[in-house]
Design a binder for this molecule. Structure first.
Ligand code: SF4
Length: 289
């Protein structure tokens, strides 16, 4: 029985902050014709992040070639790549004065390299005019292409993130065009190369069992993943996958403790955690001895 016909539990009520740099962030994004996953994905933290001058940029358009049942991003036929986008992303990072930025994309199965070359160009452009900036790339699975992943890693991001999103049993209903082992293999390859810290994340409340979550955490550690995020899935619309369970903050704390015991260097496990939430903080934490 889905849980989201019930009123949201108190821990999921969030006051929407405003002010700070929120208007400046929104204006910069419009001016430079840039998208964010914060807006396209209807992230519940966007007021908080924007008002602190933080946003996660969504490159290669706002139309995705896949149709995952949890995701608010529109699916369809994307427009061709915009060659001016890397420069505009770099300018936006400079305008926001970011020392660390998370960049993600829609899945571009229509492109021969899955968009890997564009990720690399964006990363290089950002680093060129923002000296010392840290870049976290949250990438799709590139349909398992090792050369595509290597192209991205050659641009030397500080963090290579790829989300498993859920437990393998639920892939067919949550990520029908994805494959659990293929995603794990991508993380293994990234970790083996040794340059970037490897990060992943899952959503809870989609119908997974605790032992399945523990298995995913074990798989991720064995894959060489050192940063992990766990957050509550929230349904973007009635047409999306239902929320099966509102997982309590105490259970998130327990998973967080377990993940730290397993050896993850940085763990974010709370209902409102999203893959890029406080990304700079967790990256820096992962560097601590
Ligand atoms: S948590 Fe990430 S996706 Fe959500 S608003 Fe903040 S930066 Fe954007």
């Amino acid at each position: 029985m889905p849980a989201d016909h019930l009123p949201k539990p108190p821990w999921l009520k969030k006051r929407l902050p405003s002010g700070g740099t929120l208007a400046q962030v929104e204006q910069g994004l419009r001016q430079r014709q840039l998208h964010t996953i914060c807006e396209e994905g209807m992230c519940p933290n966007r007021g908080e992040c924007f008002s602190q001058g933080v946003a996660t940029l969504l490159v290669m358009g706002n139309t995705c070639t896949r149709n995952c049942s949890f995701c608010a991003v529109a699916s369809g036929r994307p427009a061709p790549l915009d060659p001016g986008e890397p420069e505009r992303v770099a300018q936006e990072v400079a305008a926001l004065g970011l020392k660390f930025v998370v960049i993600t994309s829609v899945t571009r199965d229509d492109l021969p390299d899955g968009g890997a070359g564009h990720f690399a160009e964006v990363t290089r452009a950002v680093k060129q005019i923002n000296l010392g900036v840290g870049v976290e790339l949250l990438v799709p699975d590139f349909q398992g292409s090792a050369p595509a992943l290597d192209t991205v890693l050659a641009a030397e991001p500080e963090v290579l993130a790829h989300n498993l999103e859920t437990v393998p049993r639920l892939y067919s209903e949550v990520r029908p065009q994805a494959d659990y082992q293929r995603s794990l293999d991508l993380l293994v390859r990234a970790a083996d190369q040794g340059g970037a810290a490897v990060k992943s994340g899952i959503m809870l409340g989609l119908g997974e069992e605790p032992r399945e979550v523990e298995r995913v955490l074990t798989d991720l550690r064995e894959a060489g993943c050192s940063l992990i995020t766990l957050g509550q899935y929230l349904r973007p619309s009635a047409g999306h996958h239902p929320v099966i369970e509102y997982v309590t903050p105490e259970v998130f704390t327990d998973y967080g403790r377990l993940a730290r015991q397993m050896g993850f260097a940085a763990v974010a496990s709370e209902p409102f955690v999203r893959s890029s939430y406080l990304a700079e903080h967790y990256y820096r934490q992962s560097l601590e001895p």
